[in-house]
Design a protein around this ligand. Structure first.
Ligand code: KG4
Ligand code: ZN
Length: 332
């Protein structure tokens, strides 16, 4: 529940991590079933916590895409029911626009135009955000998203899903210069990202270093194991070097882009924006304009950011009706 696009009255997130962990990643069919089970109690709880009733609602906002079609359909069907039953305006929101608004919600002083870097499990996208929240895609990943690279590298090394937060905690214990990774060279748009080569380089490293035993020990450990105790020095060095390479890659385009687009701020958002190393590096990178991150709770997927993104649309009358359709590959 978000008031006037400005303040979060309540934010309830139903995590599905326990469901998906045993499969090493998100299983789409299970995701939609979990959504179906959770959506009514989660909305009820959010309204209870915020102390609002149906008659208080100015609008109901829902993610139209991009995302898994089954999960999108659950949300859209429920939002349409609220719209139909209570006569509240319905607003379809792009998930990526939600991630950008997670920052604007918490930092109302974020000046536009801005350069926005969205880094999550599904996206590594750079946008030019103009006044009035018009978006121009500048670059994106050609293959894996940064979060996906964390999760795949972590899986390769025997850590449970999602591995991003675990590798982030381990990275400061290793030497970021121990393993040298070569930078991806882009044909076509030189600003695009690529992380699949890095993932392959980690695979080669595991083959060359005979780490079968330690990896097996981590696979056998529970989800809340003491990962540091289960990770020898050479593997900590690898993780630190991997994280260093990803962060260097993510931050490397921001300086020139800020100047090229005359941006007044930089927005870094999405699940990987939780990364402590990325936050610290952005702070010391001497970027020419202020850099804004969401607090960790609003970095990973949440509904408050969708409500916040809906508010400017509501103001300009950009509302949907019962014909609103889920779009798995909706572009921003
Ligand atoms: O935005 P999000 O919650 O969901 C998507 O829209 O994808 O992002 C989830 C992703 C996962 O890949 C997870 O491993 C990654 O964000 N992540 C992190 C960290 N926390 C979450 N990656 C690196 N460091 C972290 N601290
Ligand atoms: Zn997301």
């Amino acid at each position: 529940m978000v008031d006037s696009g400005r303040s979060v009255l309540s934010s309830i997130v139903a995590s599905q991590i326990d469901t998906h962990r045993k499969y090493g990643g998100v299983v789409p069919e299970l995701a939609s079933r979990e959504h179906l089970r959770s959506i009514v109690p989660v909305v009820d709880e959010a309204m209870l916590m915020a102390g609002v009733g149906w008659n208080d609602l100015a609008a109901v906002a829902v993610t139209q895409g991009p995302g898994l079609i089954g999960s999108l359909l659950v949300g859209i069907t429920y939002a349409k029911a609220i719209h139909f039953a209570h006569g509240v305006p319905l607003i379809g929101v792009n998930h990526l626009e939600g991630h950008i608004h997670a920052v604007v919600l918490e930092h109302p002083g974020t000046e536009l135009p801005a350069i926005a870097l969205i880094v999550s499990g599904g996206h590594t996208h750079l946008y030019h955000v103009r006044e009035n929240f018009e978006y121009e895609l500048i670059a994106k990943t050609r293959d894996d998203a940064a979060g996906e690279a964390y999760d795949k590298v972590g899986k390769l090394l025997g850590y449970p899903y999602p591995a991003g937060p675990i590798l982030d905690k381990l990275a400061p214990h290793g030497d970021p210069r121990a393993v040298k990774f070569t930078r991806a060279h882009m044909k076509g748009n030189p600003l695009d990202f690529s992380f699949s080569g890095l993932k392959t380089a980690v695979l080669r490293w595991t083959e060359a270093n005979d780490i079968g035993e330690e990896t097996a020990a981590r696979r056998a450990a529970g989800a809340d194991a003491d990962w540091l105790a289960l990770t020898p020095k050479r593997t900590l060095d690898l993780i630190a070097s991997f994280q260093h390479t990803v962060i260097r890659e993510l931050l490397s385009r921001l300086h020139v882009l800020t100047e090229a687009h005359d941006a007044k701020s930089i927005i870094i958002t999405g699940g990987v924006a939780c990364n402590a190393g990325l936050r610290a590096a952005a702070g010391t990178a001497r970027l020419p304009v202020p850099v804004f991150f969401p607090t960790p709770g609003l970095s990973t997927d949440n509904a408050a950011m969708i409500a916040a993104a809906a508010f400017p649309k509501l103001k300009r009358g950009d509302v949907a009706d019962l014909s609103l359709r889920a779009k798995a590959a909706l572009a921003l």
